[in-house]
Design a protein around this ligand. Structure first.
Ligand code: IVH
Length: 694
């Protein structure tokens, strides 16, 4: 991941980075809003958005059409009807420290041209950690309820919202506008959430990670009866447009809402000074753990509606409001044990087994300890009282142990040097933090995880063949190695206990599985490379390799030959831009293992690996040529040059070898230019390079 400071980015790098961030943020939005399975903490998510905003501020002309700053929430998905909001549903800018609050107040003053001593009333409200919803009322009747969606369009969840007692079906008051959208947050209280999860546990249903996910999952139920059975609540806090209400302040508006039968948050407070605001913030921060629902900060809103109107919004958030976030929640508990988990590539990961404790409404009984060095550095021992942190919705982390509460007979944790699954040696290579089980073949956990990876979406993508089936087939001895998947149907015909007779399977489902396996007997090279699960060879690296070597045999022969580090194949592998010594070492190690070659041979009897299409077999003078750039180019950045060359079918490499066709030399070029002369390779200066591009 690029972490180059924003002020050092060149224009082309900024463009690339904005593209990357748009994609990444959209991905995390999807996980958070749609799948209710976030992978990163709220704090890390906020950092991504902040970086995006900072780059856009420096390069306003680079703001993308799909920029995250122009969009709120996730794209729409799912079976619900889409509905357009009366006005876009905005989000909030975030602040994290007291200084951000002073800055916010200064901004208001500057924007409105108010003097230092003009008082600015602010309404401070708890920021409920739920999901926002809009309620449309026509002539006082609740006619349409929707999720926020992308801010412009949401999903129609009217029937589900009608089951909430906090939402009045009718508002009988002449002063209530003929058409309006009341907005607020759907959430679940801690005790309701815990009771619901207990029920689910009894019924062997998957548990919700936290109240927010439970609320989001419940509101998107297809059957309103299910929603009705879920203990959902709603706090109202705004509307699409204040004009038809005739209130002059947000505070009065909240009072009116309450009078009409909506539930407003009783903890909201009208503050007169910045000091008032901060006192309120710290008061609620202290109360946070004992509140009956999750809040993740305080929202400040300019009270005067005419001022709000003058300030308007910038991008996705109103200028007159700020969300002041709380720091991650922490808790203490006793570390009962340290368990060692084995991953697909054999990495041993230490997991803390904890005396269950509630951190921000979620019961935590496991947390990650990262790796061997972390445990040693923090001197964490079984029996210690440890400090935990739940940052957002991610896996909790053990921050430290409280040494004064340590039992006298405790001793340092000794990280095992053998695999807990198969008993093989677990070794640490120089420079690596992870200790790895070397029993690749006999280690059952690794084998099952590798098979899961093999059939996964970006690899062989065998439909309907999920982890549960893989694990069961592996345990029963039906599938041990990837090739067994493709002989399953043949063996099944001769089997005394064919699949269709097994529990959970029938004639149709087993037929479908065999069909799904069959359609994957042809696979593009890059997917195939990725499917093998070679350490460090993810999708991007697999694509680099496929584009370079084009065919399965070309690739395989080259990898076997690359073992000789003095030879040409090794130099060629290393010359691929994006592949360095560490990835090369893993590739070579994989092909150096006779068992892997045997598996490959057997697998290739069942499947066909499709050649990668050579990049643009066009008339371009650069098609299939290998280019190395060195030195500083005047007219374009190195990244742009690379993109342009690749678009014309060239391969861009980082080092010069006998296979290099052109070396483009910019200012201050060093050894590579010399190497080019030594190899007798055509050297181009920048002008010649630009001509070639034309
Ligand atoms: S006001 C234009 N008030 O926080 C005003 N939002 O991070 C927009 N939220 O999308 C919202 N409690 O889902 C507001 N008291 C509160 C809130 C609140 C929670 C949520 C809301 C919003 C998100 C922004």
């Amino acid at each position: 991941m690029t972490t180059m400071p924003v002020d050092q980015l060149k224009e082309e790098e900024a463009r690339e980075e904005l593209k990357r961030l748009a994609k990444l943020i959209a991905h995390h939005d999807m996980l958070y809003y749609i799948e209710d399975q976030p992978e990163i903490s709220d704090a890390d998510y906020d950092k991504l958005r902040q970086r995006n905003a900072a780059i856009e501020k420096r390069f306003p002309h680079l703001v993308r059409e799909d920029s995250p700053s122009l969009r709120v929430g996730a794209p729409l998905l799912g079976p619900f009807k889409k509905v357009k909001h009366l006005k876009p549903v905005l989000s909030l800018d975030n602040g994290f420290e007291d200084k951000d609050v002073y800055d916010f107040m200064d901004r208001i003053r500057r924007f409105l041209g108010l003097s230092r001593d003009t008082p600015i009333d602010i309404v401070a409200e708890p920021k409920i950690d739920g999901l926002s919803a809009t309620l449309r009322y026509e002539k006082g009747i609740f006619i349409l309820g929707a999720t926020r969606g992308d801010g412009t369009e949401g999903e129609d969840i009217t029937q589900n919202l009608k089951t909430l007692k906090d939402i009045p079906e009718v508002v009988e008051d002449k002063t209530f506008p003929a058409l309006t959208e009341i907005r607020g947050e759907v959430y679940m209280r801690h005790n309701d959430f815990l009771a619901m999860n207990q029920e689910r546990e009894k019924d062997h249903l998957p548990l919700f990670a936290n109240p927010r996910n439970a609320a989001a999952g419940s509101v998107r139920q297809l059957d309103p009866k299910v929603t009705a059975s879920r203990p959902l609540k709603f706090f109202a806090y705004s509307c699409d447009d204040y004009s038809p209400f005739h209130e002059t302040t947000h505070w009065d508006f909240l009072v009116k809402l309450k009078g009409w039968g909506f539930t407003t948050n009783p903890l909201a407070r009208l503050c007169k000074t910045t000091e008032d605001i901060l006192t309120y913030y710290h008061e609620l921060e202290a109360q946070r753990a004992s509140l009956p629902y999750d809040i993740d900060g305080i929202v400040y809103k300019v009270n005067r509606i005419d001022w709000q109107r003058r300030m308007g919004a910038s991008g996705r958030a109103p200028r007159w409001a700020l969300a002041h976030k709380f720091p991650a929640e922490k808790a203490q508990t006793v570390l009962k044990d340290i368990l060692i988990q084995v991953g697909r590539t054999g990495t041993l990961t230490p997991v803390a087994i904890l005396e269950p404790v509630t951190v921000g409404g979620v019961v935590v009984s496991r947390a990650t300890l990262h790796n061997e060095d972390e445990i040693a550095r923090k001197d964490i021992r079984v029996g210690d009282t440890v400090l935990l942190q739940r940052a957002g919705d991610v896996i909790p982390q053990v921050l430290s142990s409280l040494k004064d509460k340590r039992p006298e007979d405790s001793h340092p944790f000794i990280f095992p040097h053998t695999c807990p699954v198969c008993g093989s040696h677990a070794v640490r290579l120089p420079g690596e933090v992870a200790r790895k089980c070397i029993g690749g073949l006999i280690c059952t956990t690794q084998a099952a995880l590798r098979l899961r990876h093999f059939v996964s979406r970006d690899a062989f993508d065998i439909e309907g063949f999920g982890s549960k089936h893989i694990d069961a087939f592996y345990k029963e001895g039906l599938i041990h190695s990837p090739q067994d998947i493709f002989t399953l149907e043949e063996r099944n015909k001769e089997s005394l206990t064919p699949l269709r007779t097994r529990e959970g399977w029938g004639p149709l489902s087993s037929h479908n599985l065999f069909k799904a396996i069959d359609v994957r007997r042809k696979i593009p090279l890059h997917r195939f490379i990725y499917s093998l699960g070679i350490p460090q060879v993810g999708q991007a690296t697999a694509k680099l390799l496929a584009r370079h070597y084009l065919s399965y045999t070309g690739w395989k022969d080259a990898m076997i030959a690359a073992k000789d580090q003095g030879g040409e194949p090794y130099a060629e592998l290393m010359s691929i831009d994006g592949i360095g010594p560490s990835v090369s070492a893993d590739l070579i190690a994989f092909f150096d293992e006779p068992h892997n070659l045997k598996v490959l041979d057997e697998l290739l009897q069942e499947i066909t690996v499709l050649n990668e299409a050579p990049p643009q077999a066009s008339a371009s003078p650069l098609a299939n040529k290998t280019i190395v750039f060195t030195g500083t180019l005047d007219r374009m950045t190195r990244s742009e040059a690379k993109v342009r060359a690749e678009a014309l079918g060239a391969k861009v490499s980082s080092s010069v070898s006998a296979k290099t066709d052109y070396v483009v030399v910019g200012a201050d070029a060093g050894s590579k230019a010399k190497a080019a002369h030594a190899f007798g390779i055509k050297v181009l200066n920048e002008v010649e390079w630009l001509k070639l591009l034309e």
